[in-house]
Design a protein around this ligand. Structure first.
Ligand code: PPS
Length: 295
């Protein structure tokens, strides 16, 4: 009988003090030998901040807005996820080896775990940040549906862990701040989920400028239309429904869940919100970063 490793809900494993999914933690060592190309582009985010959305936007730009080319493979194959590792599935590094240049790369890693080659070779970074309350709610639902995560427990419990940085990838607060600071020494385009939601065309134009490209107005409109939440939710190459159900159970919560700003109001109690605000004010004190919690 074949011995199949049980991949369901293993506890987090710490690497240099950062809690990570067990299998992703095992990928960090080999990832440090990553060979990068100067024309690579890194999409970096704290989880649940708009990574898939920006990945689809960038792949459309890279594929000359040809929809059939963007449907060539699921988003996690088109944009290799550097630290991804799961038994029986190609790792991020393996996927990357099969990816032709110019390559789009995805990571959620904090700077302390990022392969040094990405920094040394000044690989361009597009960072997306999303307000912490919507991230926490999205992350809780994701923990529930994606079985590589430990059991999140109750929402109240998860929220406490989120505030304490005791969730996969550690502290949201540190992540958004350290990647913000990186702009001083590295080519980083720092964008906000809420701004893309409010005016996707304006933010896509910033992306094009950062890439040194330009496109006609109607082509940018075409990208906006085809990367809308509705379009991506019904696109199997963008919505993660190609992942086996025992790894991601969309019946528990779909990956493309709501795609809005301010959904946290449907989950936070008044008491949780007050506690969160007090902790947020302390943790973000003196930081230039300002987030919008509603539009
Ligand atoms: S992951 O697993 O960390 O890579 O997830 P990530 O892609 O960063 O974030 C998932 C959330 O982004 C929402 N999403 C979108 N919102 C608006 N428009 C588009 N096109 C879009 N695509 C994905 C997705 O629904 C998750 O947010 P929630 O709040 O859970 O709906």
């Amino acid at each position: 009988m074949e011995l199949v490793e049980d991949t369901s809900r293993p506890p987090l494993k710490h690497v240099k003090g950062v809690p990570l999914l067990k299998y992703f933690a095992e990928a960090i060592g080999p990832l440090q030998n990553l060979t990068v190309r100067p024309d690579d582009l890194l999409i970096s985010t704290y989880p649940k901040s708009g990574t898939t959305w920006m990945s689809e936007i960038l792949d459309m730009i890279y594929q000359d807005c040809k929809l059939e080319k963007c449907r060539r493979a699921p988003i996690y194959t088109r944009v290799p996820f550097l630290e991804f590792k799961c038994p029986g599935v190609p790792s991020g590094l393996e996927t990357l080896e099969e990816t032709p240049a110019p390559r789009l790369l995805k990571t959620h890693l904090p700077l302390s775990l990022l392969p040094q080659s990405l920094l040394d070779q000044k690989v361009k970074v597009i960072y997306i940040a999303r307000n912490a309350k919507d991230v926490a709610v999205s992350y809780y639902n994701f923990y529930n549906m994606a079985k590589l995560h430990p059991d999140p427990g109750t929402w109240d419990n998860f929220l406490e862990n989120f505030m304490d940085g005791k969730v996969s990838y550690g502290s949201w607060y540190q992540h958004v701040k350290e990647w913000w600071e990186l702009q001083h020494t590295h080519p980083v385009l720092y964008l906000f989920y809420e701004d893309i939601k409010e005016n996707p065309k304006k933010e896509i134009k910033k992306v094009l400028e950062f890439l040194g490209r330009s496109l006609p107005e109607e082509t940018v409109d075409f990208i906006v239309h085809n990367t809308s939440f509705k379009k991506m939710k019904e696109n199997p190459m963008a919505n993660y429904t190609t992942i086996p159900q025992d790894v991601m159970d969309h019946d528990v919560s779909p990956f493309m869940r709501k795609g809005i700003t301010g959904d946290w109001k449907n989950t936070f109690t008044v008491a949780q919100n007050e506690r969160f605000d007090a902790h947020y004010a302390k943790t973000m004190a003196g930081c230039a970063l300002k987030f919008r919690f509603e539009l």
